[in-house]
Ligand binder design. Structure first.
Ligand SMILES: Nc1ncnc2c1ncn2[C@@H]1O[C@H](COP(=O)(O)OP(=O)(O)OP(=O)(O)O)[C@@H](O)[C@H]1O
Length: 414
């Protein structure tokens, strides 16, 4: 620091002698007399801030280069600022372009991980205008439309729908959901119905697909979340077979480096509940899920195999959908012979014990196929019974195979 007197004298610009602390006595310090000092001779005096020039030779040693005069320092400061601004400009232009590209991409394409989605891209709207408008108009009136569940689970699903609607209205944070239970019990169906009923976008992906992506998995994961975050209506992201991707780190598959990186990327994206998307994970065996995933789950629903009453309701619903309705509408060549349909459904409900709702839907579809394949298009009671017998046999065979593979090939209980 300079003595106060020197500072005062300098600030008045009238100093002709150097300050006592400066050993360059030959150099005048008045703003006018004082010319330029090279780097070597300016170290101390520069701190006084009275230099001028920079183009002239150093008045102490006549060197021209490396000037530290005020003008020179101002020029280099300007250069630094200029270069910084230029670098900043290039960087923001690059990022801005990438953001615009991502925005356009999100509206034109779907991420590669998504197998099914509700969101309509510009390309799709242009390619299939009629299908798209029909899809836009289709909206289930009830979250449980076309779904048969145990009454207690039905009540829980309804409550979740009400809570999600309120979240949507209040721009709150969506709850993350885990649906678990045997395959074909309606997990995907309920998630889709929930999204459609609430007017949310949805996308369906499978954990296994992601697990098999290798190094591409991480990019695909970021792409997916970027896409989900562009939704203005709220987004439901459904991951089927979640345990294939989000399994515990100790398991054999997790020795795969890329899988671990993709899993971390997923955990990062879901670190906090979002007001943009709702995560719905479906798993047959939630015990295998990563611990951190359990931390992210707010609600869990167990989807069990249908009991006798649900099987009967399913049989009535699918007989109606695949046989009675087409028969009464008369659009297709299909008729149903006369017998007591209600009693028949009760009987079949007993015989189909242990079958999933999907297997029951497939059974009813097979009745329709047989009727179409028959000569007169009439589905008789005997034809119906024959199919039930086949299905029961197939189901028992599948169960024997699965039992041989061990309990892990099957599923968790609540
Ligand atoms: N609870 C249900 N009520 C009515 N139909 C159902 C039900 N569960 C399944 N189905 C029928 O089975 C099909 C497949 O069901 P869904 O995909 O929802 O099962 P899931 O539990 O997600 O099984 P997975 O894990 O194998 O995908 C549905 O499209 C529907 O036809």
């Amino acid at each position: 620091m300079l003595p106060v007197t020197e500072k005062m004298a300098l600030s008045e610009g009238a100093v002709t002698a150097p300050p006592a602390s400066c050993n360059r006595g030959a150099v005048g310090f008045g703003a006018r007399e004082f010319g330029f000092l090279c780097c070597q001779h300016t170290a101390l005096c520069f701190s006084l801030g009275r230099r001028e020039g920079g183009a002239a030779p150093c008045i102490s040693c006549s060197r021209r280069e490396g000037g530290w005069g005020r003008q020179a320092s101002a020029v280099s400061l300007l250069q630094v600022v200029g270069l910084t601004l230029l670098a900043g400009g290039v960087y923001s232009a690059k990022n801005g372009t990438a953001a615009v590209a991502r925005f356009i991409e999100a509206r034109l394409w779907k991420p590669s991980l998504v197998s099914e989605k509700s969101r309509i891209t510009v390309l799709e709207a242009l390619q299939h205008p009629f299908q798209v408008s029909r899809r836009l108009l289709r909206r289930p009136q009830d979250v449980l439309e076309g779904v048969v569940l145990h009454p207690s689970l039905e009540a829980q699903v309804r409550n979740m729908a009400i809570a999600t609607r309120n979240t949507q209205k209040n721009h709150g944070l969506y709850r993350n959901v885990l649906m678990y239970g045997p395959p074909g019990t309606g997990k995907t169906l309920v998630a889709k119905n929930l999204a459609l009923n609430l007017g949310m976008d949805y996308a369906i992906m499978t954990g296994e697909d992601l697990a098999l992506r290798g190094r591409e998995g991480v990019t695909a994961m970021h792409e997916l979340f970027d896409w989900a975050n562009t939704s203005r209506r709220g987004f439901l992201l459904f991951m089927d077979d979640a345990e294939a991707f989000l399994r515990k780190p100790a398991t054999e598959e997790m020795s795969n480096y890329y899988l671990r990186v993709a899993q971390n990327a997923f955990l990062n994206h879901t670190r906090q509940r979002s007001n943009k998307f709702m995560l719905v994970l479906a798993s047959r065996d939630p015990k295998q899920l990563h611990r951190d995933i359990h931390d992210r789950i707010d609600v869990m629903f167990y989807f069990d195999l249908p009991g006798p009453e649900e099987r009967e309701r399913l049989l009535r619903m699918y007989l109606d959908k695949y046989v009675l309705m087409p028969a009464t509408e008369g659009k297709q060549r299909l008729k149903l012979a006369q017998f007591d349909y209600g009693r028949k459904c009760e009987e079949i409900a007993e015989l189909t014990k242990g079958m999933s709702a999907r297997e029951i839907a497939q059974l009813a579809q097979s009745w329709q196929d047989t009727a179409y394949a028959s000569e007169d298009g009439v589905l008789t009671e005997a034809m119906l019974d024959a199919h039930v017998e086949d299905f029961v046999e197939q189901h028992q065979k599948k169960m024997r195979w699965l039992k041989r593979e061990g309990p892990s090939s099957w599923t968790s209980t609540p």
